[in-house]
Design a binder for this molecule. Structure first.
Ligand SMILES: NC(=O)c1ccc[n+]([C@@H]2O[C@H](COP(=O)([O-])OP(=O)(O)OC[C@H]3O[C@@H](n4cnc5c(N)ncnc54)[C@H](O)[C@@H]3O)[C@@H](O)[C@H]2O)c1
Length: 325
């Protein structure tokens, strides 16, 4: 039987990396721990991204929230779905209707398309630590902390997690929802995510440009590198469902680092002149939201389940410099 795997949001930052990893890395494992032969890697996005240069890769362009598009993307031979497509935080805050349509209606439509196959595919859902927030967060946030998102994006991710859990309980899918930290250092240009500065304050100075840090130096962020998050997606897929039990959402392991420490790490890796390109100009719009993000999270469950971890933020910067070439 020819098998296929689907990545939604495949033209995005993480989607492109995940596609490369699936096509070139070690194979995914099935529920019995046997390697899955990948005959087709379906890459869904509104517009096609770069050609991964592998005959098994096939772009499917269209809107996730369109049933016709999903019908062509998910069938009885779909063994796994990595659901990464989303309107990111700033975008979903700026356009409420778009965020609801893609992040909520699109996620439900995708889960229903999986259900219709009757094959219980594995679904790995990219959620976010933005499901947490507000005035009453405990000092250390854990998997069991109440979900009190303070943005439309976080609310849509929280609802997505509940749907993943319920579709799993019903036996429609075998779901896993990963609460991703902020991913840094992200290459390219700034995006609409409110956390975009968490990459900008490292990337722009390394490119010889100035960068503005819109939050106070003591603000603590919860960070994960691009390479490690891709390994986490693959690990999440390969984990036997019974190790997760009924609780299908988990905080991915991260590094708790203040922005002042991030810039100090940049100075140690690239020199003080580079770090001096960061200007501190607080932006109340960004700060209001960033101050609701939990900086210290308890990732013990993910670590016990064998999820990969970053070592230090300095190493993350070095890895970024190396990948950039
Ligand atoms: N990068 C981070 O720091 C971070 C942190 C937490 C969670 N996440 C989550 O991880 C996932 C991937 O993030 P990313 O950084 O690669 O984001 P990205 O914005 O680079 O990629 C998202 C992709 O989704 C696509 N998309 C948007 N609407 C669509 C639609 N209607 N139909 C089909 N595709 C659509 C976009 O075109 C884009 O290519 C997202 O779900 C995001 O919410 C990312």
């Amino acid at each position: 039987m020819p098998t296929n795997v689907l990545i939604t949001g495949a033209a995005g930052f993480l989607g492109q990396r995940l596609a490369r990893a699936l096509l070139t890395g070690t194979p995914l494992l099935d529920a019995a721990g046997a390697p899955i032969t990948l005959d087709e890697c379906r890459l869904l996005d509104v517009t096609a991204g770069p050609d991964p240069g592998d005959r098994r890769a096939r772009w499917i362009t269209g809107d996730l929230a369109d049933d016709g598009v999903l019908a062509g993307a998910i069938d009885a031979d779909t063994r796994a779905v990595f659901h990464l497509a989303a309107v990111v935080s700033g975008g979903a805050e700026a356009d409420f209707d778009l965020g609801m349509r893609v992040n909520l209606d699109g996620t439900r439509a995708l889960l229903d398309a999986c259900r219709r196959t009757g094959q219980r595919p594995t679904v790995v859902f990219a959620s976010s630590v933005a499901v947490y927030g507000g005035d009453h967060l405990p000092t250390i946030v854990s998997d069991g902390t109440r979900l009190t998102p303070q943005s439309s994006y976080g609310t849509q991710k929280a609802i997505g997690e509940l749907l993943v859990a319920d579709y799993t309980r019903r036996g429609f899918i075998d779901g896993r929802a990963l609460r991703l930290p902020t991913i840094s250092v992200r290459p390219g240009r700034p995006n609409l995510a409110l956390s975009s500065f968490a990459s900008g304050i490292i990337r722009e100075p390394l490119n010889g440009e100035t960068a503005v840090c819109p939050v106070a130096p003591e603000t603590v962020l919860w960070l994960l590198s691009p390479a490690t998050v891709i390994d986490c997606f693959l690990h999440a897929h390969n984990l036997p469902g019974d190790r997760l039990g009924t609780d299908r959402s988990l905080i991915l392991p991260g590094l708790a680092v203040s922005v002042a420490e991030m810039v100090a790490a940049l100075a140690r890796v690239a020199g003080p002149d580079v770090a001096a390109r960061v200007h501190w100009e607080r932006d109340p719009r960004v700060e209001r939201v960033a101050n609701t993000w939990p900086g210290h999270l308890d990732d013990a469950r993910a670590r016990a389940l064998g999820f990969p971890v970053d070592t230090t933020f300095e190493d993350v910067i070095r890895q970024y410099i190396e990948d950039r070439g």
